[in-house]
Design a binder for this molecule. Structure first.
Ligand SMILES: Nc1ncnc2c1ncn2[C@@H]1O[C@H](COP(=O)(O)OP(=O)(O)OP(=O)(O)O)[C@@H](O)[C@H]1O
Ligand SMILES: [Mg+2]
Length: 461
């Protein structure tokens, strides 16, 4: 059974709590901050509930200490009315939430449930991964990071997971929107039912509707066979509509209808069908602004953004970079032989200085590439090529390309477009080969093309 730790100096509170929750959880108790810290080390509870005012070490002090030593442990503060200012302080210091005394048992049960989920997501217990290279035992995904921003994100995931309401996840490219959608699903009541992803930006507008709603034979030219759409396939489950800002307006109206009454028709059919799908959406666009420009339906926006999770860019949570690096090292370091197991301080410092416009995906790709390029089990600053490309100075690289373009446009009167593209391509290939000491496999990996393509391009130069 999951263990909860209740810290309160009042015997009657401890007694009432034990009586209410002992059938659901193993309850351990402590009477002040010092005892709480010792108990956390000893029994490793899943959640702590802690009073603020206690003789000896008070709850706020214990909270600060525990957040240092156990950043992933959800701590719910228990307050009397007079403590509301301290409760706010507690939230700033990383408390998961606070509840007022006397307890409302249902409210408390709910908060404990959310805290458990958030703690589970945060610690990556579901996927058995930790935050250091040594601890990570497999390659499954989990949400890494202990910055307040990531804690807040996990808390929100825990809060929204249990409901069937739509969730809108917003954030720049590569911040972890899809990962968050999966975490919500994995912690929801629908986790045994299907989870499907449709990326609205990845297919032409006319295909989106067939993909989402399906069609009957003969619905349009080429519709030779009936097709069941995602909304129908996913009945009872969760559908993740990625890049919802790209959804065409006609499809937006149909999604709105599904959200309103759960009904839709396959293309080419008048038969009304029903589906029960939990919708999670994501976007890196400003949907309010799009609604203002009539590119996105305001009524749909109001339906999908009932619950929102904004994910901050990596540059606003720099504290997470070392943990993420170790996580990706553990994930990719073993895929090469000999395995790469660590990273030098120089390389860490170099990566910490980068601004990561591509966010966590860029960091992940950097480590993946560095592992391929590494010549020793410890990554060096030289292996981390994003930095090298940047160190080669974006401005000066652009300047060189700019001058070349200028020159070609002025001097080449025949087919400037084709010449320009191949000139710039050759410059890029040359630069990649330089960075990889002429190694074509590494250069192809750096450029994100396959080796044969690189060879062909070199041959045609
Ligand atoms: N906190 C995190 N811990 C570990 N891995 C992460 C974290 N956030 C993101 N990632 C990883 O970074 C990569 C990009 O994340 P994801 O695909 O979820 O981003 P996204 O916001 O959906 O990006 P895009 O807008 O480009 O679609 C994935 O491989 C994901 O597993
Ligand atoms: Mg995505």
């Amino acid at each position: 059974m999951t263990t909860l730790l209740l810290v309160d100096d009042e015997k009657s509170v401890r007694y009432a709590f034990e009586r209410t929750f002992s059938s659901e959880y193993t309850i351990k108790t402590a009477e002040n901050g010092e005892q709480a810290i010792a108990a956390v080390v000893e029994i490793n509870p899943a959640v702590v509930l802690m009073d603020i005012r206690m003789p000896g070490m008070d709850g706020l002090t214990a909270l600060k200490i525990l957040k240092q030593s156990h950043p992933h442990l959800p701590i719910i503060m228990v307050t009397a009315f007079a403590d509301s200012a301290s409760a706010m302080q507690a939230m700033k210091d990383g408390a998961f939430d606070y509840v007022a005394k006397p307890f409302d048992n249902d409210e408390l049960r709910d908060i404990i449930g959310k805290a458990l989920k958030a703690g589970e997501i945060q610690a990556g217990l579901r996927c058995g991964c930790g935050n250091s290279a040594g601890e990570t035992s497999d390659t499954k995904e989990c949400i890494v990071g202990s910055s307040p921003e990531v804690l807040e994100m996990c808390k929100k995931i825990g809060q929204v997971a249990g409901s069937d309401l739509p969730v809108l996840i917003t954030g720049e490219t590569g911040v972890g929107k899809e990962l968050t959608a999966r975490a919500i699903y994995q912690h929801s009541n629908r986790r045994e039912a299907p989870f499907m992803v449709v990326n609205c930006a990845a297919m032409p507008a006319d295909l989106v509707e067939s993909e989402l709603f399906g069609y009957e034979t003969g619905a349009f030219t080429g519709a030779n066979k009936q097709r069941i759409g995602r909304f129908e396939q996913c009945d009872g489950g969760t559908l993740f509509l990625d890049e919802i800002g790209e959804l065409p307006l006609t499809a937006q109206a149909k999604v709105l209808r599904i959200l309103q009454d759960g009904t839709f028709e396959r293309l080419g059919s008048n038969t009304q069908l029903r589906t029960d799908v939990r919708l999670i959406t994501a976007t890196n666009r400003n949907l309010e602004q799009m609604a203002g420009q009539r590119l996105f339906r305001l009524d749909l926006l109001h339906r999908i953004n009932v619950l929102t999770i904004p994910i901050p860019p990596l540059r606003q949570r720099l504290k997470d970079i070392p943990n993420l690096i170790l996580y990706f090292l553990a994930r990719y370091g073993r895929q090469v032989s000999p395995p790469v197991e660590g990273i030098s301080n120089d390389a860490l410092a170099k990566l910490a200085r980068h601004s990561w416009p591509g966010n966590i995906r860029e960091l992940e790709n950097t480590i993946r590439r560095a592992v391929v390029l590494a010549r020793s089990p410890i990554l060096t600053a030289g292996d981390c090529l994003v930095q090298q490309l940047e160190a080669a100075n974006e401005d000066s690289f652009q300047e060189v390309v700019g001058k070349q373009i200028d020159h070609l446009i002025r001097t080449d009167e025949s087919q400037p477009y084709h010449h320009l593209i191949s000139e710039v391509e050759q410059m890029l290939i040359k630069k990649a080969l330089e960075l990889c000491d002429g190694n074509q496999v590494q250069a192809a990996s750096l450029l994100g093309i396959n080796r044969m393509t690189l060879r062909k391009k070199l041959a045609s130069a």
